[in-house]
Design a protein around this ligand. Structure first.
Ligand code: PMP
Length: 312
């Protein structure tokens, strides 16, 4: 597999990765005042092409996270996509799937916690990347003892770097206890999401996912999955609060996100979910999703942005 990254977009241009360095005094490093994205690009062997999945939606969310942090950069989703295309062509990744990390951050080298009167910058790098969770067809999950950050503490709808300390506590306690992932309750005691992925369960033929007001990240995969379930699979989607114990009586459950893609949850706190094996809805959804992101479903090609173009 190709190594990487070799380059980064940093301070307005593409530079060798070794030159993409910030000062230890950088505001975002000290206070968590940055926001990032996680985008994937998938290699399509038949077409000899790398397709980025829904990049404009990702960049829109990055810029919206910037709004929350009072970061106002002279960029649009389109200008960020152009930078990404240039970066990926410079890396010239072929035959591999790629994970892309855009990051906006308060770049001033000053002491003082605040959002205002600070400079900001944008950086991005991309590297080859495979699975995020290894047990994709049967993950074992626990309910975290940690609670999800609340909108009135740090908004979960923004991908704010400092807020990921919350996710780090959640993930590490689950992993060190032998679980693949954790489900996290919000301040109301309802399910919000996983440490870095959105949550769905299936009960009696209906897919159910928490609302954007449940302290979740407004996931782009979540939106894609809602569409695939209702439009392609004929599975109705209900958006509502989910009680902790509903998962114990669900037929199927899964996580979704750019990183995890679609991962079946087959056990929660030592109780099997449904049969305790990969179920039919998640099986079909995984198939559809991987075809979709690789650019293999013609009617969704607007979501697949080619990196190299027809001359590749
Ligand atoms: N929730 C959290 C906390 C995340 O970090 C992610 C990963 N970006 C997601 C959900 C999934 O979001 P998306 O589908 O946009 O990648």
């Amino acid at each position: 597999m190709a190594q990487g990254p070799s380059y980064a977009y940093f301070q307005g241009k593409i530079v060798p990765i070794a030159e993409a360095k910030v000062s230890v005094m950088t505001h975002a490093l000290n206070y968590g005042t940055g926001a990032f994205g996680g985008v994937r690009a998938y290699w399509n062997d038949d077409e000899n092409e790398l397709f980025i999945f829904r990049p404009l939606d990702h960049f829109r969310r990055v810029l919206n996270s910037g709004k929350l942090l009072m970061i106002d950069l002279p960029h649009t989703p389109e200008s960020l996509l152009n930078i990404l295309l240039e970066l990926l062509r410079t890396e010239n990744y072929r035959g591999v799937d790629v994970y892309i990390r855009p990051l906006i951050y308060k770049s001033s080298a000053v002491i003082g916690v605040r959002l205002h009167d600070l400079e900001a910058d944008f950086t991005m790098f991309a590297q080859p990347f495979g699975s995020y969770i290894s047990n994709e067809e049967g993950s074992r999950v626990t309910f975290s003892a940690w609670r999800r950050i609340d909108d009135n503490m740090i908004p979960a709808r923004g991908k704010i770097t400092g807020a990921y300390a919350n996710s780090a506590f959640i993930k590490t306690d689950a992993a060190l206890s032998g679980f693949d992932e954790a489900l996290v309750l919000n301040q109301n005691g309802h399910i919000s999401e996983g440490s870095a992925e959105n949550f769905f369960m299936v009960r009696d033929g209906v897919a159910i996912t928490p609302p954007v007001t449940a302290n979740i990240l407004e996931g782009i995969t979540r939106r894609t999955i809602m569409h695939l379930l209702s439009e392609e699979m004929g599975v109705p989607v209900e958006v509502r609060d989910i009680d902790r114990t509903e998962v114990f009586v669900a037929d199927e459950a899964f996580f979704c996100g750019t990183g995890v893609q679609v991962v079946a949850i087959t056990e929660v706190d030592h109780r099997p979910v449904g049969t305790g094996k990969l179920g039919p809805v998640v099986r079909q959804l995984r198939q559809l999703y991987f075809d979709l992101v690789r650019g293999k479903i013609a009617r969704y090609r607007a979501w697949n942005v080619p990196v190299y173009g027809p001359q590749a």
